[in-house]
Design a binder for this molecule. Structure first.
Ligand code: SF4
Ligand code: SF4
Length: 212
């Protein structure tokens, strides 16, 4: 479908019907560039060391910042009565109220989204443990199994690293890593102290614990 560009409006009034924009007196302008650098709407360009209004309808209706900051008062605007008259004539407040409603709804949605993202960020559904020590005759694995029996947790990606066969026979420390997860994609934070306790009860050393 073709991209249909709609003409800019100000609270329902076509922008081109609102003669609100700055006029620069070139005789007074000293070319300080303050209006040019202050305006964020590309209304001005500098030409021959003078400010020139090149995009008048980009000017924000009701704004007169550039005139306020001009050090030599070279910028003028129409009388503010013009805006008040337009507001009355076009009965803009019905439109304004609807716009306000939409803005508030957007703000509420953004707040709700931020709160949901915050809550998700605080959830822990997977944590990797790295443990060192002597794991014994499957003793630790059996206790892991008992710990999760009938519960919505699991130990996955188990990896046992034994430095050497000789070392294993001599019961030198081995290294194990595993991930603790929720089988229901729920927060596991309340379960993690039990895992730490299991490690401690088996005389193992918790090398690291990282949320994934
Ligand atoms: S702020 Fe005033 S003096 Fe400075 S460039 Fe703009 S019009 Fe000219
Ligand atoms: S009044 Fe505001 S928006 Fe308009 S030209 Fe000046 S600084 Fe830019």
């Amino acid at each position: 479908m073709a991209d249909v560009k709609t003409a800019p409006t100000w609270h329902g009034i076509p922008r081109q019907d609102i003669p609100w924009y700055p006029t620069v007196d070139p005789e007074t302008c000293i070319g300080c560039t303050l209006c040019y650098t202050t305006c964020g709407r590309s209304v001005y360009e500098m030409q021959d060391n003078k400010a020139e209004v090149v995009n008048p309808l980009n000017c924000m209706v009701g704004c007169s910042t550039c005139a306020t900051v001009c050090p030599v008062q070279a910028i003028s605007f129409p009388d503010r009565d013009l805006i008040w008259k337009l507001e009355r004539e076009h009965k803009i407040f019905k439109v304004v109220r609807q716009e306000a409603k939409e803005k508030m709804a957007k703000q509420e949605a953004a707040k709700a989204r931020a709160a949901a993202e915050d809550a998700i960020a605080k959830l822990i559904i997977k944590t990797r443990f790295e443990v060192a020590g002597e794991f014994g005759e499957k003793r630790f694995l059996i206790q892991m199994e008992e710990l999760i029996k009938g519960r919505p947790f699991d130990f996955v990606n188990l990896c046992l690293r034994v430095p050497t066969v000789q070392g294993a026979m001599e019961k030198t420390p081995a290294f194990m890593s595993f991930d603790v997860t929720s089988t229901e994609q729920e927060d596991i934070q309340a379960f993690l102290p039990e895992v730490r306790d299991l490690i401690r009860r088996n005389g193992l050393t918790l090398v690291s614990e990282n949320k994934l």
